[in-house]
Design a protein around this ligand. Structure first.
Ligand code: CA
Length: 138
């Protein structure tokens, strides 16, 4: 089953995300602090991370930096407030794949999650294909 990690401290938004994702067959785990997000992204295998920028403990940008520093490549979708444009741009530069401005619709969420999971799968398949073809010519 595809597993999505949600790092968000607003319970209302967590419920909204979980409801939409579960209805589409995804399994979800939610954390509400930055340190918990870093720890879970390290210890458990997730296919995608939905990351709020304004998290207690460590903000979303720092969470993202620590995760990418370890070479973790799972797709990351940033959640941001309407006035958070600069932070959003910085996050994209740090390796976030996409962002959504609050409030967003369940439909928008699911379209983006599906698209990024698909791209991640294609990336894995093409790097596996490259490895296989290199093997052939050895
Ligand atoms: Ca927040």
């Amino acid at each position: 089953m595809t597993r999505v990690l949600i790092a968000e401290d607003e319970q209302r938004i967590v419920s909204f995300l979980q409801k939409g994702l579960r209805a589409s067959g995804y399994s979800t785990v939610a954390v509400d602090t930055g340190p918990d997000a870093v720890a879970l992204a390290r210890d458990s295998a997730f296919d995608l991370l939905i990351l709020d920028l304004g998290l207690p403990g460590l903000d979303g940008q720092e969470v993202l930096r620590r995760i990418r520093e370890r070479g973790e490549r799972m797709p990351v979708i940033i959640l941001t407030a309407r006035d958070g444009v600069e932070d959003t741009v910085a996050s994209l530069e740090q390796g976030a794949d996409d962002y959504m401005v609050k409030p967003f619709s369940a439909k928008e969420l699911l379209v983006r999650v599906t698209a990024h999971l698909q791209m991640a799968r294609l990336r894995r398949e093409s790097s596996a294909a490259v490895l296989a073809s290199e093997e052939q010519f050895r």
